[in-house]
Write a protein that binds this ligand. Structure first.
Ligand code: C2E
Ligand code: CA
Ligand code: CA
Ligand code: CA
Length: 278
């Protein structure tokens, strides 16, 4: 009826209003967080399924809010993407990862390459220059850094994206395709891009080894990656059964709570020093 419709509309618009306000609040607080040192990186190890050793790590951003505690990226990265703040945050992440790698080097730690997540919005002509600057500022060789990109970037089309990717690869950086399988990239399409690592999305790992569809998808991704000579990393691995299944498929690396959640830099350093193994 009319009344219900009106009530529904009122409710809807006040909900929208609330969300818009929440958005604005996060945006202005995030600006302050970036300037005020409230952002930090955690590190999640990637382990080789062959040797069981730590062979890399992914840097994941965290926001330590003075009143509301640790805020996960799922809450603020989307807002940062919408407002464009992700550009400054992304530059900070690159810098901070490089600073940390230098710090570890100076402390005599043989740290593995660190992968940094890139928003599609960061992927422009200036990106290679920004990466170069961060590497130079901390006197790092480019093979210390990896870049994780998503399929949303690939849908822009090869002509826009490949020249920038080629520049990064020529500099000596490795590119990983994150959350693989959630987008629409086909084998034929994928091979156009100079990508050397595929990360199997957690949504396909969850159902292993019992869900037939997930098993088939994981198998297909590994087979395809091997044909393209790409390294395959499975993300979100939580159980021994998942690990065994992935190892049998020929998957190269695993990342997930089974080995370690993302941890603070000091805790990651500790794991590397101890030579923690799967
Ligand atoms: P992602 O790149 O797919 O990162 C993997 C996410 O899975 C991380 O969530 C990680 O903590 C979580 N994870 C890892 N292993 C497991 C597991 O075994 N089980 C479960 N349930 N989860 C696991 P996190 O840290 O909350 O990050 C969420 C997303 O935020 C990331 O997804 C990435 O898209 C984005 N993000 C994080 N840091 C950055 C950053 O520095 N820049 C950009 N642009 N995005 C970032
Ligand atoms: Ca990632
Ligand atoms: Ca991922
Ligand atoms: Ca994911």
């Amino acid at each position: 009826t009319q009344q219900q419709g009106e009530a529904g509309y009122t409710f809807y618009s006040s909900e929208m209003n609330k969300r818009a306000k929440e958005h604005l609040r996060i945006e202005s607080e995030l600006r302050r967080a970036l300037a005020g040192g409230q952002l930090l990186l955690h590190y999640q190890p990637k382990v080789s399924l062959r040797s069981g050793r730590i062979v890399g790590a992914e840097a994941l951003i965290r926001w330590r809010h003075p009143e509301r505690g640790m805020i996960p990226p799922g809450v603020f990265i989307p807002v940062a993407e919408e407002t464009g703040l992700i550009l400054d945050i992304g530059t900070w992440v690159l810098e901070e990862a490089c600073r940390q790698i230098r710090d570890w080097k100076d402390a005599g730690l043989d740290a593995p390459p660190i992968a940094v997540n890139l928003s599609s919005r960061q992927f422009d002509r200036n990106l290679p220059h920004r990466v170069q600057e961060a590497l130079e500022a901390y006197r790092l060789s480019p093979d210390r850094l990896k870049l994780e990109i998503t399929e949303t970037l690939l849908v822009r089309g090869p002509d826009q994206v490949i020249p920038i990717m080629n520049e990064l690869v020529a500099m000596g950086l490795a590119l990983a395709l994150d959350d693989f399988g959630t987008g629409y990239s086909s084998l034929a399409y994928l091979k156009k891009f100079p990508i050397n690592t595929l990360k199997i999305d957690r949504s396909f790992v969850i159902g292993l080894p019992t869900e037939e569809n997930d098993c088939a998808i994981a198998q297909a991704i590994v087979t395809m990656g091997q044909q393209l000579r790409q390294e395959i990393v499975a993300e979100g691995v939580e159980t021994v059964e998942q690990m065994r299944f992935l190892r049998n498929l020929g998957c190269d690396q695993l990342q997930g709570y089974l080995f370690s959640p993302p941890v603070a830099a000091a805790a990651f350093e500790q794991m590397v020093r101890e030579g923690k193994r799967l």
